[in-house]
Ligand binder design. Structure first.
Ligand SMILES: [Zn+2]
Length: 425
C-alpha cells in the first residue's frame, strides 16, 4: 500500500482512504488536473464510507496532509506533494462555487457531490495560511442520524425516567455537556419518542439539523431578526405541549425558557455545563433565580461520547496494575480483565467502530428542589443526586469499559469533575 508516510510525523492510516490510495498508486503524484476530479470523488467516497464528519486538506512546507475525522478522532489518511493538494483545494472551491482567485480571505461554500452513486452534502471552508490554503469539508449527510432512546447508550432505568417525564409533560429537561458530546442526538432521540404521542411539538433550532415528520421545526434566523428569545415567545403563542430549544446560550433565552417551563409548558434544551448539577450553576450564571430553577427544572442529563470498541477485533486482556490503580482512584472495583482495541480491516485498523454515549441522568427530587431554593452549591447537590440514585458519568463510563463497550483508554479523553491520573493504554 502506497501511504507516503514520512519519518517523525504523525502516522498515516491508508486504509481509511482505500479508493484514493488506489488512484495514487495508479497515477503517482504530482497528479495533474484531469485526475483531480477522480481523486476528489474518491476521497469524498472514502470519507462517506467510514461515516467521517470532516475531511481536511492541510498544506505544509512541502507536503499536504489529508485527514479525516472519524468517530471524533482525526486520522491522517494520505500525504501528497503540495501541488496535488493545491489541485484538490481548487477542485473543491470550484465545486462549492467559491472564488478561486481569492487567496487572501476565508470563504465558505456548499454543494452536493455524486460520489460513486452516493449523494453527499458538503459544506466547504477554505482558510489562507503561509503554506497555502487549508480546506475543511463538513459532510452533512448522516451526521445526526435520528437514533432511538434505547440506541444511544442510556441505561434502562434512565430510559424509564425519561419516558415517565415525557408522559407527564411538565417543566424543563436540560442536556448538558461540551460541544460535540452528542447532546443533539439525545434531543432528537427524545423527539422520536414524542412523535408517538398525540402531542403538539415545536422545535426552535439553529440550524434545523434533521427533518422530523409531524413536528413543527423552526429555524432561528438572526439576520432576518428572528432571534432565539423572540422565536421562543412566538412559539409560546402557538401553545405547543412540547417546546424544544436548540440551546440556552444567553440570559435572555434562559429567562424566557424558564418562564415557559414554569408555566405549564414542557421544554427540552441543551446548556453548556460539565455535569448534571452544573446545569443549576449555568442557569444561576444567566441570572435565573433559585426559586425559578427549583420550580421548573425536572431532569438534567449530562453526557459525553466515547468510541465504541470494534467487536470483530477487540481482545480481552488481564487488567494491568496501572489500570487497577486508576480504577481504585475513581472508586471503582477493577475487573480481572478488560477489553482492548486491536484493529482490523472492518475498522480500518483503529480498533473502534462508532461511538456511544456516557450518561448521568439526574431526576430532581423534592429534597433537591429545597436545596436549590436555599442556594446549595454543586458538591451539596451532587451528594443529594447520588443519594437519590443518580449514577454519575464516571460510574457509567467504567461500567461501559468493564462490559467491553469501550476501552478504559477512551476515558482519558473525558473531562471529569476532579483530576484523576490517566489509565495506562
Ligand atoms: Zn476491528
Amino acid at each position: 500500500m502506497n501511504s507516503f508516510s514520512t519519518a517523525n510525523e504523525r502516522p498515516v492510516e491508508p486504509r481509511l482512504a482505500v479508493r484514493y490510495q488506489e488512484l495514487l498508486r495508479r497515477h503517482p503524484p504530482p497528479s495533474d488536473l484531469p485526475y483531480t476530479e477522480e481523486c476528489a470523488i474518491a476521497l469524498a467516497a472514502d470519507a462517506a464510507h467510514w461515516k467521517a464528519s470532516d475531511l481536511h486538506i492541510e498544506p505544509g512546507v512541502e507536503e499536504t496532509r489529508i485527514r479525516m475525522r472519524v468517530d471524533g478522532q482525526l486520522h491522517d489518511v494520505a500525504v501528497v506533494p503540495n501541488i496535488s493538494g493545491h489541485h484538490l483545494v481548487t477542485y473543491f472551491k470550484v465545486f462549492a462555487k467559491m472564488d478561486t482567485a481569492n487567496l487572501a480571505h476565508a470563504e465558505h461554500g456548499h454543494g452536493r457531490l455524486n460520489a460513486n452513486g452516493m449523494m453527499l452534502d458538503l459544506r466547504v471552508t477554505v482558510v489562507p495560511t503561509p503554506n497555502g490554503e487549508v480546506l475543511g469539508i463538513r459532510l452533512l449527510d448522516g451526521l445526526h442520524p435520528v437514533l432511538r432512546l434505547d440506541e444511544i447508550g442510556l441505561a434502562e432505568s434512565d430510559q424509564c425516567h425519561l419516558r415517565n417525564w415525557l408522559a407527564e409533560i411538565q417543566g424543563m429537561l436540560l442536556v448538558c455537556g461540551p460541544a460535540g458530546s452528542g447532546k443533539t442526538t439525545t434531543l432528537y432521540a427524545l423527539l422520536r419518542e414524542l412523535q408517538r404521542l398525540p402531542r403538539s411539538i415545536v422545535t426552535l433550532e439553529d440550524p434545523v439539523e434533521c427533518n422530523l415528520e409531524g413536528i413543527t421545526q423552526i429555524e432561528v434566523n438572526e439576520r432576518r431578526g428572528l432571534t432565539f428569545p423572540e422565536a421562543i415567545r412566538a412559539m409560546l403563542r402557538i401553545d405547543p405541549d412540547f417546546l424544544l430549544v436548540g440551546e440556552i446560550r444567553d440570559p435572555e433565552s434562559a429567562h424566557v425558557a424558564i418562564t415557559a417551563a414554569g408555566s405549564g409548558q414542557a421544554l427540552l434544551s441543551t446548556i453548556h455545563a460539565r455535569d448534571a448539577v452544573g446545569a443549576v450553576t449555568a442557569l444561576r450564571n444567566y441570572g435565573v433565580k433559585n426559586w425559578e430553577i427549583s420550580a421548573a427544572l425536572e431532569i438534567c442529563i449530562a453526557q459525553r461520547l466515547v468510541r465504541r470498541l470494534c467487536t470483530r477485533c477487540r481482545v480481552l486482556a488481564e487488567t494491568t496494575e496501572a489500570e487497577q490503580a486508576w480504577l481504585a482512584v475513581s472508586g471503582a472495583v477493577a475487573p480481572a480483565s478488560l477489553w482492548k482495541p486491536v484493529g482490523c480491516d472492518s475498522c480500518a485498523g483503529t480498533g473502534f467502530d462508532g461511538r456511544i454515549g456516557i450518561f448521568e441522568v439526574w431526576r430532581l427530587t423534592t429534597e433537591a428542589r429545597t436545596l436549590i431554593m436555599h442556594g446549595a452549591d454543586e458538591p451539596a447537590l451532587k451528594h443529594q443526586a447520588v443519594a437519590s440514585g443518580t449514577r454519575l458519568l464516571m460510574v457509567d463510563a467504567i461500567d461501559k469499559a468493564a462490559s467491553g463497550l469501550t476501552a478504559l483508554s477512551e476515558l482519558r479523553s473525558l473531562y471529569w469533575q476532579r483530576a484523576t491520573p490517566s489509565p495506562a493504554t
